[in-house]
Design a protein around this ligand. Structure first.
Ligand SMILES: *[C@@H]1O[C@H](CO)[C@@H](O)[C@H](O)[C@H]1NC(C)=O
Ligand SMILES: *[C@@H]1O[C@H](CO)[C@@H](O)[C@H](O)[C@H]1NC(C)=O
Ligand SMILES: *[C@@H]1O[C@H](CO)[C@@H](O)[C@H](O)[C@H]1NC(C)=O
Ligand SMILES: *[C@@H]1O[C@H](CO)[C@@H](O)[C@H](O)[C@H]1NC(C)=O
Ligand SMILES: *[C@@H]1O[C@H](CO)[C@@H](O)[C@H](O)[C@H]1NC(C)=O
Ligand SMILES: *[C@@H]1O[C@H](CO)[C@@H](O)[C@H](O)[C@H]1NC(C)=O
Length: 365
């Protein structure tokens, strides 16, 4: 290696060390929050598309704890993204679909319950991740018209992109195990990660730099999956594929950081944080981690919460804050608050390499 090449090489190594080990710390105002993904993040998108009640939560008792009315959020109250917005001193971030041109306030939420990274996941009933990216592009154009390209560029570049995706892509193949005879679990995960990667690159191309990515949770232990094992144990297959997904996701994030100039991320280990609460509920102030608060049948695992999904009868607990799961597949507001706090200022054991507080403060390069 000649000396100039060595210098450049060393500089690059030092620069990347600096970026990945030194999480920025200057305080920043007005950093926007852009939200993507599935029902973990959906704040009402699906109220505005032509879909069925299976993909909606815009009826009581959803929302009862905090809003006192149903908003479309799949919880008794706020979602993780609502708490993150609060910690970042932002207002509640509104769904993009009903947003009028002059209503942009602190960001936009594109997430759609049931969505996956694969276009054919619940196709026709949800806004898939690729379409969510198209909507970001539309929004960017609108903002440029309204506030000019300099300001828009800054909002896009300094904004944080928070994404929860993947769980829904794995539902169908897990329920039709024959699929895994024609494609290995690893290859299927590779497909999902490939699609996520192109969307991350797409956001980067629009100008986004700061990504907060949720891993897939321990969904094999959600009530809906416990029902399927018949004896109440977690679905080992579902948990296995979540872990494969998360390993592949963390490795692609680390790779993108080296490939894309200025790419910065927080990875939230939702799997570990969720499994801790499922295993030791009382340590975190919960009484029940197996059964949902709202639903029917064993573990209230049938997703009949609200009585609008074809079955009228369902039961509802009195104290959702004692439950990890509000319905058969979604955390209670209390669990969401705990997860959001971990994302915001948790240690590297659950959010890494930076937590979201640091990600928000990061200047961008
Ligand atoms: C990070 O911020 C805190 C408080 O805002 C400050 O005390 C500390 O010195 C900063 N650290 C660095 C490395 O800038
Ligand atoms: C909504 O979807 C249903 C079934 O997929 C279809 O019959 C109906 O025409 C659609 N409505 C609109 C307004 O697109
Ligand atoms: C994502 O996956 C689907 C398969 O469902 C594929 O047709 C599509 O082209 C992929 N999209 C991207 C952006 O990679
Ligand atoms: C429950 O059933 C599953 C198969 O569905 C089995 O693998 C597991 O060992 C069983 N667990 C208990 C506690 O019986
Ligand atoms: C729950 O759902 C399963 C399958 O969809 C059904 O067989 C069962 O009867 C339901 N149980 C209750 C209590 O609704
Ligand atoms: C983390 O942030 C939350 C929300 O702002 C706050 O309530 C909590 O005290 C913080 N924890 C630490 C250790 O700073």
């Amino acid at each position: 290696m000649s000396t100039p090449t060595l210098h450049i090489f060393l500089f690059t190594v030092l620069a990347s060390l600096f970026v990945s080990t030194f999480c920025d710390n200057q305080s920043r105002k007005d950093v926007a929050l852009f939200i993507f993904g599935d029902s973990i993040n959906d704040a009402g998108t699906n109220n505005y598309i032509n879909t069925t009640a299976n993909f909606r939560a815009n009826f009581p008792p959803y929302g009862e704890t905090f809003f006192r009315y149903p908003t479309g959020r799949f919880s008794d109250g706020r979602l993780m993204v609502d708490f993150v917005a609060e910690y970042a001193n932002l207002p509640l971030i509104s769904p993009y679909l009903p947003m009028k041109d002059d209503e942009f306030m602190g960001g936009a939420n594109f997430a759609s319950g049931g969505a996956g990274a694969l276009v054919d996941t619940y196709e026709g009933f949800v806004v898939d991740l690729k379409t969510q990216l198209q909507q970001l592009k539309q929004l960017e154009k609108k903002l440029r018209k309204e506030m000019g390209s300099e300001k828009t560029k800054r909002i896009i570049k300094e904004g944080v992109y928070l994404i929860s995706i993947g769980t829904n892509d794995y539902t169908k193949p897990l329920l039709n195990p024959a699929l895994f005879q024609s494609i290995s679990m690893e290859d299927y995960v590779g497909m999902v990660i490939g699609n996520i990667t192109s969307v991350l690159k797409g956001i980067y191309k629009v100008g986004g730099r700061k990504f907060a990515m949720l891993g897939v949770g321990q969904f094999g232990c959600a009530p809906s999956w416990r029902r399927l094992t018949r004896n109440g144990s977690c679905s080992g297959e579902a948990n296995k594929i979540s872990q494969l997904h998360n390993v592949a996701l963390t490795s692609i994030l680390a790779k993108l950081e080296t490939q894309l100039q200025g790419f910065k991320y927080s990875y939230f280990d939702f799997y570990t944080s969720g499994s801790e609460r499922i295993q030791y509920p009382s340590k975190y102030g919960f009484k029940e981690a197996k059964s949902a608060c709202c639903g029917s049948g064993p573990y209230r695992a049938n997703s009949t919460c609200g009585g609008q999904r074809g079955v009228k009868e369902y039961s509802l607990c009195r104290h959702p804050e004692k439950y990890v799961f509000f319905d058969s597949g979604h955390p209670s507001e209390r669990a969401n608050r705990q997860f959001a706090q971990l994302m915001w200022n948790g240690s590297a054991s659950v959010i890494r390499p930076c937590n979201m507080k640091e990600l928000f403060k990061h200047e961008g390069t």
